[in-house]
Design a protein. Structure first.
Length: 355
């Protein structure tokens, strides 16, 4: 995960020129960090400098401005700076124009600027402060491992403001909800409350110590990005209030945005982990059936016998004897492996497994 530390450094710049957003965010990516998680164009992965990811009109409070017009970027509009953009704002998958077009639609269209001025402003901000050189001058070199505070202080010493750094996390938590338990405290869509299987609540980049990673970017989930697995998600990751896309979008912003993954890979990883271990079947095979009441330790031992690690069991705050959720923890290897979760649950010793 050390490589991930480098992924993104974000500056907040304070401008006072527009009503629609209250600050700009410029994101610069470290190629080897980004490409350690995602297969990149080989030449790009070898670049030894930060490159521009984007210049984002930003809001201190949500919603973040996004896709303010559908005005497609014409390459002729930025022809005069195309060679600079190719150098400093390259697409890591080899399709620069596609990358710029996407950044233009998603973010530039909210800038109240013309494409040339928008892209030129990003280049200008990028050049005004050479992050690669700032870190180098502070003795922070590629290949090393450093406290995150060394990055922050090198940059604040040089530029005078604190950057946001997309940080690593030390494990994953996958949360699976038991519908009847969840819906005993909260009014759910009737069909969902009757499901007789655990469903995915979320896949959360997690930290053993606080703060927990959360809302690492404002990149809105587009349904097209997960269209290929939408029907699986509808089955296994449904919203109990009937608005699947809203639920997934929220999970993406709150948690997925910290995963250093693309939406498809993130949602697919969750499905993969979910399918690798069928909690419903594991409990059934241990004689734990919906409608019964069992000691919490029976749930824990059924799962540790089957998977080899301890889960975390969560109960309803309102009804601490209703089983609501089972959480499993995984390490951050390329193919994540199950590890013990921290204990502590807010549950009574005897639990109703509602049906
Ligand atoms: C910025 O946030 C405010 C709420 O704080 C919201 O009214 C406004 O629409 C947001 N701006 C954009 C462009 O989304
Ligand atoms: C930024 O600094 C690096 C390292 O000192 C240097 O190789 C690179 O040319 C600089 N880039 C610009 C645009 O000045
Ligand atoms: C994880 O916890 C450490 C403190 O132990 C903190 O420095 C770091 O910022 C946290 N990571 C995230 C992504 O919040
Ligand atoms: C999980 O197990 C339950 C109960 O045995 C079964 O009905 C269900 O089809 C299984 N789900 C998957 C995805 O294998």
């Amino acid at each position: 995960m050390t490589n991930f530390l480098f992924v993104l450094i974000v500056f907040f710049l304070f401008y006072d020129c527009s009503k629609a957003f209250d600050h700009w965010t410029v994101a610069e990516t470290w190629p080897a960090g980004f490409c350690s998680a995602i297969p990149c164009n080989a030449g790009k992965a070898k670049l030894r400098k930060f490159t521009i990811h984007g210049l984002w009109p930003s809001n201190y409070t949500n919603p973040q401005p996004r896709t303010c017009s559908s005005q497609v970027l014409q390459i002729s509009e930025i022809a005069a700076i195309e060679s600079e953009l190719k150098q400093d704002w390259p697409d890591y998958f080899g399709n620069d124009l596609k990358f710029w077009s996407r950044q233009w639609i998603d973010h530039g269209s909210c800038s109240n600027m013309k494409p040339f001025d928008f892209f030129n402003l990003a280049l200008d901000i990028y050049r005004r402060n050479n992050l690669t050189a700032i870190l180098e001058n502070a003795g922070i070199s590629p290949g090393g491992e450093y406290p995150i505070n060394d990055f922050i202080s090198a940059i604040s010493t040089s530029i005078g403001v604190k950057p946001q750094i997309n940080k690593a996390f030390d494990h994953w938590t996958v949360a699976e909800t038991w519908p009847a338990g969840f819906c005993s405290a909260i009014p759910c869509n009737a069909g969902k409350a009757k499901l007789r299987k655990f469903t995915i609540h979320g896949l959360w980049p997690s930290n053993y110590t606080n703060p927990q990673p959360r809302t690492c970017s404002s990149q809105v989930l587009q349904i097209s990005e997960i269209a290929a697995i939408e029907s699986e998600l509808k089955q296994d990751w449904p919203d109990y209030f009937g608005n699947d896309l809203k639920f997934w979008s929220r999970q993406w912003i709150d948690h997925g945005s910290c995963s250093n993954m693309k939406p498809f890979d993130f949602f697919n990883l969750a499905l993969d982990i979910y399918r690798r271990n069928n909690l419903t079947a594991i409990l059934e095979n241990a004689g734990i059936s919906p409608g019964g009441e069992y000691p919490i330790n029976d749930f824990i031992s059924a799962i540790s016998t089957s998977i080899g690690v301890k889960p975390q069991i969560k109960c309803s705050r309102q009804y601490p004897n209703h089983l609501v959720e089972i959480r499993l923890c995984l390490n951050t290897k390329n193919i994540p492996q199950f590890i013990n979760c921290a204990t502590g649950s807010g549950c009574k010793p005897e639990l109703l497994f509602l049906q």
